[in-house]
Design a binder for this molecule. Structure first.
Ligand SMILES: O=C[C@H](O)COP(=O)(O)O
Length: 319
């Protein structure tokens, strides 16, 4: 997603317009029905499946967001990010080179990740009082600035859920726009924490407001809510991205995060993305998986593809 790998203009946003927010419509039963059919609609076999799994790896934000994170764990995660799949497996599926999309860590771990990656991959920081986003607003802005100064080139912010739940769209827009300004050249992913927003209509409105306020990506979840990424929520967010592009001309990225841990789920998300937004979104500047354990399962599936055998999950350690 850095300027070097994207040919897209950054989302410049739109002025706040309450009419735009109020105009959104969601047909919840139809959304649920469509989401339920997605896993069964695509079946990828053999080499195609391996190619799509490799594509999934290339868009992972390989994540560790735990209270017991250490610099050592982050260094191991970065080593895995740079070489996510064993070289013999990569050779066998005919891929010369593969990395994940970025490494995602707490602010305190940014220097360790920056040092380990030495510019070879972007470092994303979860800033703004992650995961609740309830620290004083000026400190949330300060945290963004410090993460950028420490070398993060992507900032995952969390929105104030209460502004959605109370319908204070102007406040959500103003906060998000100030966060985007604090990011400067770093790209901003707005985490909606959809599991706490109550309705799909709220998800759609919050998506629209965050994009109008200049978010480069909208992201489903922190991974810490009771319900994280789901297909219905992803469908609604993708369609709002499409509407926003029609209104503004800007392409905004999408990041499902939290609970995406199986290779087959990753393939389902990619199929949905291709159907709803098209091939241009299948690249790391417009799509990421926020995931801590997905890579291990994908590597296991690739090993099965090459050798015909499954290894124990513990042989695919991440951090
Ligand atoms: O943004 C990323 C998520 O926090 C990762 O969630 P996960 O541990 O469920 O994969």
């Amino acid at each position: 997603m850095s300027a070097t790998i994207s040919d897209l203009p950054r989302n410049a946003g739109l002025p706040f317009d309450i009419a735009l927010v109020e105009s959104v419509r969601v047909n919840t039963p139809a959304t649920m029905r469509r989401a339920a059919t997605i896993p069964a609609r695509r079946s990828l076999k053999k080499d195609w499946q391996a190619a799509w799994l490799a594509r999934a790896i290339s868009v992972i934000d390989l994540t560790t967001l735990a209270g017991d994170d250490t610099e050592g764990r982050v260094r191991r995660l970065c080593a895995k990010a740079l070489q996510p799949v064993r070289p013999d497996l990569l050779d066998a599926i005919g891929l010369p080179d593969l990395t994940v999309g970025a490494v995602c860590v707490y602010h305190e771990m940014v220097p360790a990740a920056v040092e380990a990656l030495r510019g070879r991959l972007p470092v994303a920081a979860v800033s703004t009082g992650f995961p609740a986003g309830l620290s004083p607003f000026h400190l949330r802005l300060r945290e963004i600035e410090e993460s950028v100064a420490a070398g993060a080139t992507e900032i995952d912010i969390v929105i104030s859920r209460r502004h959605v739940l109370t319908g204070n769209w102007q406040a959500l827009y103003d906060e998000t726009a100030q966060m985007r300004a604090a990011c400067g050249d770093a790209h901003m992913k707005a985490i909606l924490a959809t599991g706490e927003l109550g309705t799909l209509k709220n998800v759609m409105k919050a998506s629209m407001v965050c994009m109008a306020a200049g978010s480069d990506f909208i992201k489903t979840s922190t991974g810490k809510e009771a319900v994280n990424a789901t297909l219905p929520v992803s469908l609604v967010m993708m369609r709002t991205i499409r509407t926003y592009e029609a209104l503004s001309g800007f392409k905004v990225g999408f990041k499902p995060a939290g609970g995406v841990s199986k290779a087959k789920d990753a393939l389902t998300y990619l199929a949905l993305l291709k159907d709803e937004l098209g091939d241009r979104w299948l690249r790391p500047d417009l799509f990421r998986f926020g995931a801590s354990s997905l890579l291990g399962d994908i590597e296991r599936q690739l090993e099965h593809h090459v050798t015909g055998r499954y290894s124990a999950a513990c042989r695919h350690a991440i951090g």
